[in-house]
Write a protein that binds this ligand. Structure first.
Ligand code: ZN
Length: 172
């Protein structure tokens, strides 16, 4: 049965919803019933690549003085958002600077490690950033490929940096 994840931003809960018109199978799954789930390895690697690339884009963008306000790591719409707070910048120059930084960090294959701080999971890109995150990530930046700044847009004081990323082993 196909289910669709739906995240409630306020609570952080992720709900799995059934396709419209689907009847929940009578009597299951009740408490104690064994269920099986399956992870799509290719999709999992894509999410790991997008998540990690998002942290990397953020680590490179923040020193420009933008205040981070949100992320979206979903395939095809991955982006990081900031409040501009009056910072002056050229969008093309920012894209070029970020691209240079991305290429350098990926060429260096910087390690990506998980840790814990204040009881919450952290993710660290060595030498660049440590953030709280419960997501899936690659173990070093050398596993990222086709990472690019897709767009740099400013609207109503919000900077939106769109990006793309693939996993180097996604074809395996
Ligand atoms: Zn993450």
């Amino acid at each position: 049965m196909e289910v669709t994840p739906c995240k409630d931003a306020a609570s952080g809960w992720v709900w799995l919803t059934l396709p419209a018109g689907t009847e929940w199978p009578a009597g299951q799954p009740a408490e104690g019933v064994e269920v099986h789930s399956r992870i799509d390895p290719g999709l999992r690697r894509l999410h790991a690549a997008l998540h990690t690339a998002g942290h990397l884009v953020d680590a490179l963008a923040r020193p420009h003085g933008f205040q981070h306000t949100g992320n979206n790591h979903f395939p095809g719409q991955a982006r990081i958002e900031y409040a501009v707070d009056g910072a002056e910048f050229d969008k093309d120059e920012l894209a070029a600077t970020l691209t240079t930084g991305l290429d350098k960090a990926i060429a260096e294959a910087l390690p990506v490690t998980a840790g814990e701080q204040d009881g919450r999971r952290t993710i660290t890109i060595e030498g660049l950033a440590t953030e709280f995150c419960g997501g899936t990530h690659v173990t070093d930046l050398g596993l990222l490929t086709d990472v690019a700044v897709r767009s740099v847009k400013v609207k109503s004081g919000r900077l939106r940096i769109g990006y793309t990323a693939e996993h180097a082993e996604s074809a395996i």
